[in-house]
Design a protein around this ligand. Structure first.
Ligand SMILES: CSC[C@H]1O[C@H](OP(=O)(O)O)[C@H](O)[C@@H]1O
Ligand SMILES: Nc1ncnc2[nH]cnc12
Length: 337
């Protein structure tokens, strides 16, 4: 009873409307969680999901998650496939990109035993053929953040580890999502939306919070960037350190600042496309979740080749690790040390 009261108190404090209408939701969940979803700007929940538990913001060794963690199943089903959802910027959009507790968010999803993480992000387009409202499944990243975000679980004194990051996303996961590309195309619309995917698609991650200058935007095009955001780093790095297959769905909202003949991006332009993108995110997520619930894909069962990689990546001998370090590692990997 106290837990439920606590949940309601948190919900009230956070003015979380979906929770207020679900105030009887339990604040603990003892089932298995299969998929983690991180929602970005304009995507604070998914309508296709029916919440069955609401965990108050989770306390991890790396701080507190940016939002409560909603455990859901697909609307209208009683399936055993469960999704954990976190709002990246908080339910009231209170964490700017530099201050998102990325480590806590990914650690919480790992601790809940998620088998993969699907992330959504509002992005600017750096290419004429990627129109605002189109979606992109990037396979590469150019990191233009400024080194001020905590971007690793393996960067404390007394713990040395280097994971491979040559392929920062899960190709298998991207292919799985891409089979549902028609979900976002509205053929009746004058401007149907497209889901773009190939192995060279690159997302540039900048620090922000200001948008790019025109010169920077043009430089990112020369680098080979396709879209730009402020959040894929460190999210993708942390997913890799958690051995979690990770794919970001980039939802284009604007043409950034590279087109000389057009106004550079403003937040109004971004907001103007969020409703359409949110609707398409729901359509795409529905297809993915229904399909996963029918049969969990192989890359989630097997861990997409990542399982065990962290053990090989850590050079420090466990005997030399402090109690604190071991405790933190065990939060992520209870079976390894
Ligand atoms: C409001 S535009 C800039 C903002 O939008 C994106 O957020 P998210 O990735 O969480 O959808 C971008 O990364 C910036 O943080
Ligand atoms: N042009 C842009 N630059 C960085 N992040 C963005 N998110 C949405 N549009 C963006």
């Amino acid at each position: 009873m106290n837990r439920i009261k606590n949940t309601i108190a948190v919900a009230k404090r956070l003015k979380l409307s979906s929770i207020m209408t679900n105030s009887e939701l339990p604040s603990i969940f003892n089932g298995t969680v299969d998929l983690g979803i991180i929602g970005g700007t304009g995507l604070y929940n998914l309508d296709c999901l029916e919440p069955i538990a609401l965990l108050p913001p989770m306390v991890t060794p790396w701080g507190i998650t940016s939002s409560p963690v909603t455990i859901s199943q697909f609307v209208g089903t009683n399936s055993h496939f469960h999704v954990a959802f976190i709002a990246r910027h908080g339910v009231n959009h209170e964490y700017p990109p530099t201050r998102v507790p990325f480590r806590a968010n990914m650690a919480a999803l790992k601790n809940l035993n998620c088998k993969a993480v699907l992330s959504f992000s509002a992005v600017g387009s750096l290419q004429a053929h990627i129109k605002p409202r189109d979606f992109v499944l990037p396979q590469q990243i150019i990191d233009r953040t400024k080194g001020i975000r905590h971007s690793s679980y393996l960067n404390d004194e007394g713990l040395v580890g280097h994971v491979g990051f040559g392929q920062p996303f899960s190709e298998k996961f991207a292919e799985y999502i891409y089979q549902f590309k028609d979900a976002i195309t509205n053929p009746e619309s004058e401007e149907p939306c497209h889901l773009h995917y190939d192995k060279d698609m690159t997302v540039v991650c900048m620090e922000g919070p200001q948008f790019s200058t025109r010169a920077e935007s043009k430089m990112y095009r020369m680098f080979g960037g396709h879209v730009i955001n402020m959040s894929v780093i460190p999210e993708a790095k942390l997913a890799r350190e958690c051995e979690l297959p990770y794919q970001m769905v980039c939802m284009s909202t604007d043409y950034d600042a590279w087109r000389d003949e057009a106004e550079p991006v403003t937040v109004e332009t971004v907001i103007g496309n969020l409703t359409n993108n949110g609707r398409n995110a729901n359509l795409l997520a529905s297809k993915i979740i229904v399909s996963m619930a029918k049969e969990i894909p192989e890359f989630m069962h097997s861990g997409d080749g990542l399982r065990g990689s962290i053990k090989k990546s850590i050079s420090t001998k466990p005997e030399a690790m402090s109690k604190d370090t071991l405790e933190k590692l065990r939060y992520l990997f209870p079976d390894y040390w």
